[in-house]
Design a protein around this ligand. Sequence first.
Ligand SMILES: *Cc1c(COP(=O)(O)O)cnc(C)c1O
Length: 372
Amino acid sequence: MSQDNAAASTRTTLPAYPLLSAAQLLDQPPLTAVELDRIAELCAVVFETTNDVILFQAEAILALEAVARSVASAGTVAVNIVTGPYGGGFGEWMREAGADVTDIVSDFDDVADPQAVASTIREIKPSVVALVHAEAATGGTNDVSTIFAAAKEVGAVTILDSVAAIGAEPVHAAEWGADIVVLGGQKALAGPAGVSAVAVSDHAWALIDANENAPRSSSLSLIDWRDHWLRTDRSIIPGLPSWLEGRALLAALERVVAEGVGAVNRRHVAAAAATRAGVRALGLELWQKGAGVAPIATTIRVPQGDAAAALLTLDTGLVTQGNGSLRGQLLRVNHYGRAASLPSVIEAVQTLADALGVDALAAVAAARAAWL
Ligand SMILES: *Cc1c(COP(=O)(O)O)cnc(C)c1O
């Protein structure tokens, strides 16, 4: 085969998983008001909130940018807690919008020290506190309750990026006083990546409405969706919400709620515990130093020396390399969504054992025993 032919045949190779049929992908009616309302209702269930839910016709990272630009302007004083790459980006957007942002940065193999963060919040008295709940990239999870209690004491609007947490661990938006919470479909909810949702409290709306520079008549506008949909008689759907991704999010949420949010959370906790046991039994070291280990994904420190070489080539979807600056430093076991299961954990342990060139038997047994 010539090189040209080889390249052409690579390009036309279809993936092995079953593709959706044209009938499933095409000729679908637009989303109805009933479907939109049901998506929002189920988002409110998983958020544990009675606040407004804004559906966002783009992946969660755009919803986060919309939130940052909606709350931040010249005169906004923000405390931004950075325990991974997403928090860093959020602070940059608020800065670009003119806010005075204090980043509290942890090493990425640790989570925020809640008491230290709380005392900085009491000192600075910010109007906005932004926090990433769980970090899929680093396998850490933050103590939202303690940090937001301090934020509430000083009257700050609290912002929570729960994209990686939602489904994997409880998100008690109301109990924690989270004014803005962001959800994505594609992690523990096992849904689509192309749409997202934002819960917004009245306290947050007051801040956003007072911000002259908050996006309006813009794809990044939260206000538009509120004014052109939530606060209307719901007879005219604004724009053309994505029906494929919207219906997929609806199906994912229905499936999660049918299983029970608590049961889905427990599957993730069990998968994380079993993976940690298997990883330790293989003689590998966990990446997260402290107690803040997230149920969403387990992260493993890449060992020094010869053992690392094969580990650094792994990329199976379930076991992947660290992103960005974390590449070469850590491996991730993405046991979330449908992969929050014992068979997936065993597959991951087997993959790691094979890469290390060791027998998996004892590590698989350890993983099984630790499945809660
Ligand atoms: C995955 C993730 C996002 C971004 O989600 P996308 O839908 O990929 O844009 C944001 N925040 C956190 C904490 C995440 O884990």
